[in-house]
Ligand binder design. Structure first.
Ligand code: E4P
Length: 223
């Protein structure tokens, strides 16, 4: 399962990209607004694109098909391999159908059920993003929804790539990988948390202590 970073923070993106563990970035209007509401979206997106170089999903804000298509055309002038992120609404599906005809990659976002995912796939979406955390937030079962989508994808050999989104904790990453999601897009904090284990830190510390002891002992005998 590939990992994307779900962020519009340039420091976070550069840091995680330098670790070599992500192959793309997903953004949305809320993530962009959280960073700096005054920043020009185009320049921020280009900065992100230059920092990672892989997949970059850029979300439209129109709610009508023509508006979404106009925005997609504009985004594609920023950088030609943009993935256009489209909300899972009927007008969005029509936009996905047209963008798919033009062979423009699309990421259908705000998917909460397998039927929404199926419809997005059938409209020609390149990626379908199933939101786990927001389901958990309303006491539904996000992991179960992701499992069902993956089970259907396997049974039907569907083409869209499944992105596990709205990830809230490392368990979400593990369960989505087990279910067979193609990608998980993960916030910085959760991604960094998923790399840590107290025994790893304790192990590094004790190896360094023992190495230091060995060096001291050698120094004492002048070796
Ligand atoms: C996915 O592409 C979205 O940007 C993201 O995962 C939304 O997650 P949230 O529920 O944490 O806002």
């Amino acid at each position: 399962m590939e990992l994307y970073l779900d962020s519009a923070n340039i420091q976070e993106i550069r840091h995680v990209a330098s670790l070599g563990i992500i192959s793309g970035v997903t953004t949305n209007p809320s993530l962009l607004a959280k960073e700096d509401p005054t920043v020009d979206a185009r320049s921020r997106i280009l900065e992100i694109y230059e920092s990672v170089g892989g997949h970059l999903s850029v979300e439209v804000i129109s709610t009508d098909t023509d508006g979404m298509l106009r925005e997609a055309d504009d985004i594609l002038t920023w950088f030609p391999d943009a993935t256009i992120k489209i909300p899972m609404i009927p007008a969005g599906l029509a936009a996905v159908k047209e963008l798919s005809r033009q062979e423009v990659p699309t990421n259908v976002t705000l998917i909460f059920t397998p039927t929404q995912a199926l419809a997005a796939n059938n409209a020609g979406a390149t990626y379908v993003s199933i939101f786990l955390g927001r389901l958990d937030d309303i006491s539904a079962d996000g992991i179960q929804a992701a499992r069902e989508v993956c089970e259907i994808w396997e049974a039907q050999a569907l083409e869209s790539l499944v992105i596990a989104a709205s990830i809230r904790n490392p368990l979400h990453i593990i369960e989505c990988a087990k279910a067979g999601a193609d990608i998980a897009t993960v916030p910085y904090k959760v991604l960094m948390q998923s790399l840590k284990h107290p025994l790893t830190d304790a192990g590094v510390e004790s190896f360094l202590n023992d190495h230091r002891k060995m060096m001291d002992a050698k120094q004492k005998i002048g070796a």
